[in-house]
Write a protein that binds this ligand. Structure first.
Ligand code: GRF
Length: 221
């Protein structure tokens, strides 16, 4: 048996997606090891969750670096030193320097609350509502230098309901995010997923024609 996939997670906020991963692991459903949780915010809830779970945590303050790039280079050096095989971005609210992240392309994923390529960036729920979209969703994608632009691995979809406002929609989607992210990490841990440069994703060695879809707790073509 190969050793468990070592994960480092980056988060700026409350860390509910981290909690979903930790819970799946605690239930024996995720054969991974959490080696580090890092944040650009010392007060991030994600750091408290990591501490409670006995996972090493790290807060780096961007203001104490001369430039954005210096911060990113130090961050990635520490992530490399953690021994991580995979970096998971879950609500990490910073744009990363392309050169600094380059060594991790194919080994770094992000969860984004929209059906990419729709609504890169912020306020995705509001934008989906304002556009009158019939459905909304979340995507897990490989991270490349292009913001929210890397190849999409899998998506969870949900119909927009008449009573949805930004907060209700976000809350309903978050429930799905908490299934989507562990499901993707499970596939990566099983060594079934790979980035196909420049813009593709392979499952079991075959190029995916479209992102996988979350169906219950599972991912389906
Ligand atoms: C999630 O909605 C995620 O999709 C987005 O940021 C949010 C993070 O939430 N990238 P949490 O910190 O995991 O609770």
């Amino acid at each position: 048996m190969s050793p468990p996939l070592r994960i480092a997670l980056l988060a700026s906020g409350r860390g509910s997606n981290l909690a979903a991963l930790l819970d799946a692991h605690a239930r024996g459903e995720l054969p991974v090891e959490f080696v580090l949780v890092a944040s650009d915010k010392a007060e991030a809830g994600a750091l408290r969750l990591a501490e409670a779970a006995g996972v090493p945590s790290l807060a780096l303050d961007p203001r104490s670096y001369p430039s954005r790039r210096d911060f990113d280079l130090d961050l990635f050096a520490r992530l490399a030193a953690s021994g991580a095989d995979l970096l998971v971005l879950a609500g990490f609210m910073r744009i990363l320097d392309g050169e600094a992240l380059a060594p991790w392309v194919g080994r770094m994923i992000n969860i984004h609350p929209s059906l990419l390529p729709k609504y890169r960036g912020l306020h995705t729920h509001r934008r989906a509502l304002e556009a009158g979209d019939p459905e909304h969703g979340a995507s897990v994608h490989y991270v490349t230098a292009e913001l929210d632009g890397g190849p999409v691995i899998a998506q969870a979809r949900l119909p927009i309901e008449p009573g949805d406002d930004e907060h209700r929609l976000a809350a309903r989607l978050l429930v799905l995010e908490h299934r989507l992210l562990p499901a993707v990490v499970r596939l990566i841990a099983a060594q079934r997923l790979a980035l196909l440069p420049p813009d593709g994703v392979a499952l079991d060695g075959e190029r995916l024609p479209a992102p996988l879809r979350l169906d219950g707790d599972r991912l389906a073509p």
